[in-house]
Write a new protein. Sequence first.
Length: 277
Amino acid sequence: MRYIILFFLFFSCDNYFKNQSNSDLARVDDEYLTKNEIESIFENSTNFADSTMVLNNYINNWAANKLLFQRALLNLPQENQDRIQDLVDDYKTDILINTYIDAMVNQNMNLEVTQFELDSLYDNYKETFKLTEELFKIRFIYISNLNPDISLFKKKLRRFNIDDARYLDSLSFQFNRFSLNDTIWKNKNEVFYQLPNLKKVNKYMLKKSNFIEIKDSLGLYLINIKDMLKVNQYAPLDYVSETLKRMIINKRKSVFIDQLRKDITKDAIKNKSFEIY
């Protein structure tokens, strides 16, 4: 017969943990749940009702899992249990190996990528970086229709020299929304997510150097398209640089791991800890 004993709470969880002399909170047969195992969950809790309910739920779930596990051991065929254990062992082996390999990579492999390497790889694979959607460099502000400085903001957002950028940034508290960083390429989906009203604009308006105004019930969007690249043009290097870095690092990692496997096997043969019969 399976037994479960729960030690219920009558004080706040914090006081309970401090005052409880017995460290056990619950038992299922010879397995115990101790307060040390779950104390961190409630150490900052101040709400008695919430923390007590959460703790009781935690204990009940812990007990149910233990009891279900016992029931599974009793009722599942040994063949099923052996197959599950094999999967667990394989999974544990994979995790340990991958964790060790990652540690060796971080300790011994050069993870720096030079600009020369980026340029070379980009040139070699340039055809694979043809765009399948438009890219934009864009800046915008969204202001109230009643703002008295609309004309000034238009002028500065269009021209956008260093002084204009500083001026607009200093007054950004007046803007409902804004983005003045026009040095980063964004794909069309990102732009439309940020500026959904642009979907309503004629697509021929979405071109380099265009200035667009969109008014809605809440305010006015002032949008300047600094640059644009069309479908089938080549993606710029700075847009694909992270992809290139991953390609370079992954290739180095593959070579490093192959060599690690060869070295560790060679050492095992030399030390006679590995033999093929």
